[in-house]
Structure formats: C-alpha cells, structure tokens
Design a protein around this ligand. Structure first.
Ligand code: PLP
Length: 448
C-alpha cells in the first residue's frame, strides 16, 4: 500500500494523456489497435501481480482501441462527454466506495445525492416532494417510471401488484407513438406488460405523435410520450396528450433522455414546458449533462407509487423512508448522484444553459453548411439532433462510410421514414467551434 500514491498518480497520468489524445487525435481507433485487443485474452493468473502492471496493460492496449467519445468530435447516438468536475468527483467517490443504498451507512453520499435530487427538481421546476431515483440510464429510468405507473393503476383497482404479480390482474393499456424509443418497449416487456400489446399512435413528418390520432384513454391507461425523438430531436404534443389524459385519469410517462434538458435554457424551455405536467419522467445524466456512465434519473410525482414498486425491508437493513433504495431497482450501488451534483455545481444555471444552447446552435448551423454539397435535412432542426441525406440511399451510405473512416469525426446512420440518413447528435460539453468546423469540412470532403 506504500505505493498507492504512485499508483493513483500513474492512473492520473494515463488518463490525462488519454484525454489529450481524445481531444486532438483520431476519433476512431486504428484497425491495428483493435486487432491488438486479444492481448487481454490471458488465462487467469495463478499468482497476482502489481496493479501498476495491470493499469499499464489497460492503457497500452485499451486506450488506443477506444472511440474518442470524450473528445469534441464524436456525434454518434446521443452520447455526451465527461465534464472535468464529474470525472474528478467520480474518482474521489470511488475512493470512498460508500454504498448509496442506505442512508445509515453513507451519510456523505446521501447528503450529496439528496442535494442532487433537490437541484434536479428545481431545474425542472417540479414540486419538491417528487420522488427522484438515480439509476443506471434512461432505460432503467423508463422501467422505474413505468413500474410506478403500473403500481398506481393497479393499486387503484385494489390489486396489489407487488404482492400478487400480474397473473389475473386487471388489464393495463399502454399507448406509445410509432417512433417510441426501444428502451421504453424493453421496459414494458420487463414489467410483464407485453411489448406487443401496446397501442401505437402514428407519427407526423417530424416524428411526433399525432395528437389527432390519440385513442380513447381511460384510468387504466399509461401514455408514453417522448421529449426528443432520437432521429429528429422532435417533441411529442405533450399539451394535447396530457389534457386528454387528465380528463380520462390516465398516467403520462415522459421519455426525456436528452430532450428534458431543453428546460434549463430559456431559449429552448418552451419545447418541454408542457411535458413537465406529466406523472413520471425518465432522463439521462450521461448524455446532455455530460457525467460519466452509468447515470439515469427517474422522477415520479406520486412518491408512494415509486416507493411501493421498489421498497424492500428487512430487520438487519434498518431502513428509513429516505433510503434511496426505496426509489431504485438496485440495492447496493455506487453514488452516481454525486456526479450530477458536481455537474450542476460546476456549470451553474448559466453553464447548463450554454451547454444546451451551444450544442443546439451547432445542429442548427449544420444543414446550411452542407446544402451546396447536395445534402438535405429531412426534418426541422429544433434541438440538438440533425440528419443529413444525399440524393440516393447509396450515396448517403457512401458519404457516411467516408466520414466515419476519416477519423476526423464520427456519427452513425439511420433509416428514417424509409430513407437512409446520417444522424448527427451534438451533446458534448467538449465540442468547440474548431471541432464543428473540421466536422463540416470532413462532411464536405466526403460529399465531393
Ligand atoms: C438514449 C435514450 C434512451 C436510453 O437511454 P440509456 O441511457 O441508454 O439507457 C431512451 N430514450 C431516448 C430518447 C434516448 O435517447
């Protein structure tokens, strides 16, 4: 243990070197680096070895074989980078290694996570008595919000779903849009609600749920709406949906993995204001907020519905009503709320707004910067997502492959309303004007 300082300093040196490479070097790993990964395929050693040697192996073989998602030129999926303050607090909280399941055994992490919960609710202007759970990602947050919805509806029908399960239970109807995110369907299937039983509402030319096609709702219905379509960035018509749901007594769940963050910017706030009247929300910390994986947040207005879904008590646990494990599927877990606290504290309201606005600005500037290359955008750019398509699917695919292999930047492809498209997601704190300009250059070169 005398070498612990040296070991941590070494990790810090490798990380600093890595981050510099991610910022300035190629976004994609070389074929050689990926081909060298079998160097990890050792047999389990009979005897241990120095942690330095293990750390060095990870750095030497692993660091080169990563995608530089923490740099400023990675626009795949909706990813986000890692804010410096969240990386550093992540390291310290790993050194603490306190378990955030129970308040009694982790006073400091509980205190920080409770501030993080309060700040999250304040940022979204939600009532202070909403339940907040720090989960692994928006998939787990969707699962958690929908578990609360299931519990609320069945509890109202005198069916204790936690005790009796779903066998013989009254039916729950679920309404989603045709462009619902797969993670919502995954959550529905895990919860025993049946992903093929859902009622799908058609979408419009922007990928929004069509308000005029919402089916009859009732008090046994859960409606899932989306703040931020993964292709177009579009927002479902929350106001109409929630009005109809209120009349019928239905539950509204919002998948706002990245889109909910529009609310932190005065400029984009209107996009999500009406969503915040819903019953439950799923969002991510590891996307727009730029904290390390794994970080998702579930928010539920009806505190009891979420805690009914997840509380489990036992004499030896000495549970209290404030224990975070009452609001998450997990018991033992790392204190992921700490990085959310650190992100909000280091950015402040201003920095948060600028983070969102800068990324949206890059998205808005993208179509005009490449129109003369024959690329068009098949949707309105309303937030951080932008798609580009050439005249034919083949040409789009060719350009995409050329951009991806350039190493200058990276984004993926998609099929949207029957057409192939390149899909660019601006969500990193680290994307600079230079990164943006070299990305545009790379697209232009590949298109010529
Ligand atoms: C990313 C995403 C999810 C899933 O989130 P994870 O953090 O990967 O679990 C769900 N919905 C939307 C709209 C997303 O963009």
């Amino acid at each position: 243990m005398e070498n612990l300082d040296d070991l941590l300093a070494r990790a810090q040196k490798h990380a600093a070197e890595y981050l510099e490479q991610a910022r300035t070097g190629s976004v994609i790993p070389s074929a050689d680096a990926v081909a060298a990964l079998p160097a990890f395929e050792e047999t389990i050693p009979e005897h241990g070895s120095s942690p330095e040697e293990t750390l060095d192996l990870m750095h030497r073989v692993g660091s080169r074989a990563t995608f530089a998602t923490t740099g400023g030129r990675y626009f795949g999926f909706v990813t986000g980078g890692v804010l410096p303050g969240t990386l550093a607090t992540n390291w310290l909280s790993t050194a603490w290694d306190n378990n955030s399941a129970l308040q009694a055994q982790s006073p400091a992490t509980s205190a920080l996570e409770s501030v993080a919960s309060r700040w999250i609710l304040e940022l979204f202007n939600l009532p202070a008595d909403c339940a907040v759970g720090f989960v692994t990602g928006a998939t787990a947050a969707n699962l958690s919000g929908l578990a609360a919805a299931r519990s609320h509806i069945l509890n109202g029908l005198n069916w204790d779903v936690e005790a009796r399960g779903l066998f013989g239970a009254p039916e729950i109807r679920i309404v989603v849009s045709d462009e619902v995110h797969v993670s919502v369907l995954k959550a529905i299937s895990i919860l025993g609600l049946g992903r093929e039983r859902v009622i799908r509402v058609p979408t419009d030319d922007q990928g929004r749920m069509r308000a005029d096609a919402i089916p009859e709702l009732n008090s046994s219905t859960i409606v899932c709406i989306q703040a931020g379509n993964v292709n177009t960035g579009a927002f479902d018509p929350a106001e109409e949906v929630i009005r109809a749901a209120r009349k019928a007594g239905a539950w509204v769940h919002v998948d706002g993995a990245f889109g909910l963050w529009a609310f932190v910017s005065l400029q984009y706030q209107e996009l999500v204001r009406s969503f915040l009247e819903a019953d439950s929300f799923a969002t991510d910390g590891h996307k727009m907020l730029n904290v390390p994986y794994d970080s998702g947040i579930v928010i539920v207005r009806n505190r009891e519905a979420l805690s009914r879904s997840f509380s489990a008590t036992a004499a030896y646990l000495k549970n209290s009503a404030f224990d975070m494990s009452n609001f998450t599927p997990e018991f033992s877990r790392r204190a992921r709320g700490i990085e959310i606290w650190a992100a909000i504290r280091t950015l402040g309201r201003n920095g948060l707004a600028q983070l969102v606005e800068r990324n949206c600005e890059f998205a808005k500037r993208t179509p005009a910067a490449v129109t003369d290359c024959g690329l068009t955008t098949p949707h309105n750019v309303v937030f951080n997502q932008v798609m580009l398509a050439a005249k034919t699917d083949e040409e789009t695919d060719r350009i995409l492959r050329a951009v991806q292999s350039s190493g200058v930047c990276w984004f993926g492809g998609t099929v949207w309303h029957g057409r192939h498209a390149m899909r660019i997601s601006y969500s990193s704190w680290n994307t600079s004007e230079d990164d943006f300009l070299s990305t545009i250059q790379a697209i232009r070169r590949a298109s010529s």
